[in-house]
Design a protein around this ligand. Structure first.
Ligand SMILES: C[S@@+](CC[C@H](N)C(=O)[O-])C[C@H]1O[C@@H](n2cnc3c(N)ncnc32)[C@H](O)[C@@H]1O
Length: 192
């Protein structure tokens, strides 16, 4: 009885420690964690017309809501960059245990240190401040024809080709994002 009680308390303490770490890490790394909802992930990948020829960069890959679907459903090559160690460990384990590991490259570090030039598609679900810092880097490094999809936060100063209100996804084409007229569309009805 006493042993069971100690075990339960132990598990509870471990759970609380993990939870506290996730909250703490959000401040230390300036990087909150909230996985992109499945519907929005599917809308992002569909709007960007991701396919096997694409190289998708997921900026702030979290635990892989976008990374693994892009590789599994669309057979894209995916680069996921993540700064927070526990999330990166989760990504590494999922990659090792999952399908298509050879389609997935994981980078532990700051996304602002990554060279975006190989990307044909960029996906992001980041805080507004990070999106603001991201814009000049995208403008300097994206190749013409690259597509950018962002969940929840738009890229200030760019015009979305499509904004899907149902999933809160902004879709941009580079370099047309600098001068196209924003349109609203809700035709994306994602399905797995
Ligand atoms: C809102 S979560 C989205 C996670 C994932 N893309 C998804 O769709 O589920 C944002 C992630 O970006 C990571 N992140 C934020 N700033 C970063 C940076 N400068 N470099 C690398 N990762 C970063 C955070 O640690 C967090 O896991």
């Amino acid at each position: 009885m006493a042993v069971t009680l100690v075990l339960w308390y132990g598990l509870l303490l471990i759970g609380l420690a993990i939870l506290a770490y996730f909250v703490y890490a959000s401040f230390v790394f300036g990087a909150g964690y909230q996985p992109t909802p499945r519907r929005s992930v599917l809308a992002m990948l569909r709007l960007a017309e991701v396919g096997p020829e694409d190289v998708v960069f997921d900026l702030g890959a979290g635990t892989g809501a976008i990374v693994f679907r892009a590789a599994r459903i669309y057979r894209a090559r995916v680069v996921g960059v993540e700064v927070e160690p526990l999330r990166f460990l989760t990504l590494t384990l999922r990659r090792r245990l999952g399908r298509f590991p050879d389609r997935i490259t994981l980078v532990w570090g700051n996304l602002f240190h990554l060279d975006f030039r190989p990307a044909t598609v960029v996906t992001a679900f980041l805080w507004p401040g990070a999106m603001e810092r991201l814009r000049p880097k995208l403008e300097a490094e994206l190749r013409p024809g690259a597509r950018v999809v962002s969940h929840c936060h738009e890229i200030e100063g760019w015009k979305a080709t499509v904004y899907d209100a149902a999933t809160d996804v902004y879709f941009y084409r580079w370099p047309e994002a600098l001068d196209v007229t924003a349109r609203t569309a809700s035709e994306a009805t994602p399905s797995e």
